[in-house]
Structure formats: C-alpha cells, structure tokens
Design a protein around this ligand. Structure first.
Ligand code: HAM
Length: 410
C-alpha cells in the first residue's frame, strides 16, 4: 500500500545505483522454472523439501515458483553462456511455504547480485562490500557482518563425516528433530536452536580445522581485503547458511536492531558447483540476496530510510467547470512540474481539502473572475498567503518558492 510501496521502489533504486556503479547489469529471472532447477539447491534443505510452491501445469510440466533467484541466474548462464565475469543484479518476489510471522513471509522480496566465472578472492571482497555499502547508504548502522569459509567439496565432505561421527556418538542426547536432520544432513544439526542439542552443537568439530591450504589462503585474502576496505566483520565458524550449494566464502548481514529469530537481513556466498549441476560448464559463482521486507523492518527499528515524500508541487482548484484545471495541470506537467487537481465539480471547500491532502506547496485557484489566459490566484498552503499572478509569470513565481521543473524525461 502507499506510501510503503513507494519506499520499496526507492529501496530498489538505491540498490540499483549502488551495484550498477560497480558494473552489475540488471537481469529479470522468471517467476517460475522447471522444478529441477530448484532441486539443485539441495535435497537436504527445507527450502526444497518443505517450502516449495510446486505444481503440475496444464501441459503436465512440474514447475515451481522460485524460492530464490540464484538458481535461475545459473540456469540463464548455462543456457546463454555470456562472457565472464558475468555480473548481474536482480530484485523481485520469491515464494517459500514457511510459517508466516513478523519478518518471515510466504511471498517476500529480495534484491541481490551474482558474479559468475571468477574465483578471484577480490570478487568476494567486492560482493561483500557492496552489500555492506548498501546498508550504509540506507542509513543503517546496527548491522553485523559475519563471514566464514565452508571449504571446498572435499574439505566439506571430510568435515561432514567428522560431524556425523560426532553427533552419532551423542545421538541419544539429541532432540528427535535433530536426529532426523542428522540422517539427511549433519551440517544442518548445527542450526538447531533447541536447548537439548546445545551441548552436542557446542562441542562439535570446527570447519576451519578441515580447510585445505587453497581454501584457507583464499579466505585469508578475503579477510585481508575486507580489513583494507574498513568493513568490520566477525568470523563465525558456525555460519553454515540454509542452502546446500555453498562452497568456500559464506557471509550474512545481521541486524542487531531486530529480534534474533528473524535478524538475518541478507546473506550469500560462493556456489562454485551450481552452474555445472544445472547442466552448464564448470563455473565459479558468488553472490548475495538481501531481504527487502526484513531490511525495511530494520530501517523502522533504527528510524532511518522513511517513505519518500509523495506530494505534488501544485494543486489546481477550479470552481468554474474544470476546463481550466484540465488545461493548466496539462501545461504544468508538460513543463516538468508535478501537478494534480480535483474532479467531479466539487465545492471550493472540498477542493481546498483535497489540495491540503495532496501535500502540494501551492494551490492555483481558478474562479469566475479568471479568464482562460488571465491571471490566477496562487495560494501558499503552508501560510495561506496568496498573490495574483499573470500566467506568463507563473513559472518564475513557482521558482521563487523553490518549485523547479523536473528535468527527467521519460
Ligand atoms: P537466503 O539466506 O535464503 O539466501 O535469503 C536471503 C535473505 O532473504 C535472508 O537473509 C532474509 O533476509 C530474506 N528471506 C529469506 N526468506 C524469507 C522469508 N520467508 N521472509 C522474509 N524474508 C526472507 C538466498 O536466497 C540465496 N539465494 C542468497 C544468495 C545469492 N547466495 C548466493 N547468491
């Protein structure tokens, strides 16, 4: 609803400016894909097994509403093979059948970027920095950046084996939910917030002790770059993220102004095997998605990034027959002013009320005495001061009140 929708649009505009200045081009992934595209997110993730809106269409195809956009970007890359590094950004709704609550919805918006085709650690730094910088541009100051490295596939496998052995030896102490998760994906047990699982989670082996030399030096260079760019961060060994495709660098932006259950305002990481799994060539990838709804809740909590002012410059009040209002709003809009008017031949009082509601700085009042090209009455709505101005002097007079025509063209 207005004015929140205008705030949402401005959010996306600020994001576009932030990332387009860094060479990212806009991509518009489709709202639905073949189910197979999203299955690659990992059969062990809730997003795939429990939360997908999937259905058979009239042609018998099994399709799903997108739960996120990284998989679609990788599918587009595999299909069109653009030159690398391919840097793109997106914004739009995603669908997950979750338990809806404050900050967690079944339709939610994300803005995000993806870079395909480079494993240079400096691109990790660029990506993480851009998310950080965007939050700063919104005016947010209570954001904590957490980073971690999940290692390469083989490191991860060695770690998962060690974790499985660790949890299996304590299986009888784990919650039933954790025992079920353990069978599917021991990594996810680390996400358990249940008291019963706390001891086993806290004593679990750490991924950083299983990283290969390559993964270790990649991560060291990422941390070095973030320090050089003065981006404060915390290395969090327990950060595993909710999707299975991540390798090496992972990160999350957390708002300390929000309740801890829904305080992850954005996150991302490397997904070096995903394009290949979707049927494309072996390709490195990294990106992030930021939750628009949740980030705006963080903005509310910090009292920053208000909805933009939706008021018009000028409101035309025509108490004759509306013809003057029709011509004058048209002329003013063509000159680049924002202008609105009343309809339905309302009374002067009712039109003046509408003028106040519009937020306009001035009302131009056309009455019986004002001939079509004659002078008009311009009333300042903040003070009720009014002057009679000839039409030729109108633009200059509006200018003297600080109202200047917009130079933007369609
Ligand atoms: P994700 O962590 O699933 O990652 O989602 C990113 C952000 O979207 C979350 O931090 C959160 O702010 C927001 N979000 C997720 N689910 C909901 C929901 N149900 N309601 C409201 N907000 C939500 C991804 O989606 C990955 N595709 C990110 C990525 C891009 N990784 C690499 N590239």
């Amino acid at each position: 609803m207005p004015p929140d929708a205008a705030r949402w649009r401005r959010f996306s505009d600020v994001f576009a400016r932030t990332v387009e200045d860094a060479g990212y081009a806009c991509i518009i992934p489709p709202m639905f894909e073949d189910l197979g595209v999203f299955r690659r997110l990992g059969e062990a993730t809730d997003v795939v097994t429990k939360e997908m809106y999937d259905f058979e269409d009239k042609g018998g195809r099994h399709i799903a509403l997108r739960p996120e956009q990284t998989a679609s970007v990788c599918r587009a890359f595999a299909q069109h093979r653009p030159a690398t590094p391919w840097k793109v950004w997106y914004s739009g709704p995603n669908f997950r059948y979750e338990k809806a609550q404050a900050g967690r919805y079944r339709q939610f918006d994300q803005v995000g970027i993806e870079v395909l085709g480079t494993d240079d650690p400096d691109i990790d730094v660029e990506v993480i920095f851009l998310g950080w910088d965007f939050y700063r541009r919104l005016g947010l100051s209570n954001i904590t950046l957490m980073v971690n490295s999940l290692g390469d596939t083989t490191d991860r496998q060695r770690y998962v084996d060690a974790l499985a052995a660790h949890f299996a030896s304590r299986a009888s102490t784990l919650s039933e939910e954790a025992q079920r998760t353990l069978e599917k994906n021991p990594l996810r047990v680390l996400d358990s917030k249940r008291d019963q699982d706390k001891a086993a989670v806290e004593s679990a082996p750490l991924l950083k002790d299983f990283l290969s030399e390559d993964a270790r030096s990649h991560f060291a260079r990422v941390c070095e770059g973030l320090k050089e760019l003065d981006v404060p961060f915390v290395v969090n060994d327990r950060l595993v993220r909710g999707l299975d495709y991540y390798r090496r660098t992972t990160f999350e932006y957390v708002s300390t102004a929000l309740e801890s259950a829904q305080n992850a305002v954005g996150g991302g990481g490397r997904y070096d095997g995903l394009v290949e799994e979707i049927g494309g060539p072996a390709t490195h990838g990294i990106g992030f998605a930021l939750g628009v709804d949740r980030t705006l809740l963080a903005c509310d909590a910090e009292g920053v990034f208000p909805a933009p002012d939706a008021s018009v410059d000028v409101f035309i009040v025509d108490v004759v027959d509306g013809r003057q209002a029709r011509a004058l709003t048209h002329d003013l809009r063509r000159l680049g002013f924002s202008a609105d008017r009343a309809f339905d031949g309302r009374s002067m009082k009712s039109q003046m009320k509408a003028a106040d509601r519009s937020g306009a700085k001035v009302a131009i009042i056309v009455g019986e005495d004002e001939a079509s090209s004659g002078p008009c009455v311009v009333r300042r709505l903040d003070s009720s001061d009014q002057v009679v101005i000839s039409r030729v002097d109108l633009v200059d007079y509006l200018g003297s009140l600080g109202l200047t025509p917009s130079t933007e063209t369609a």
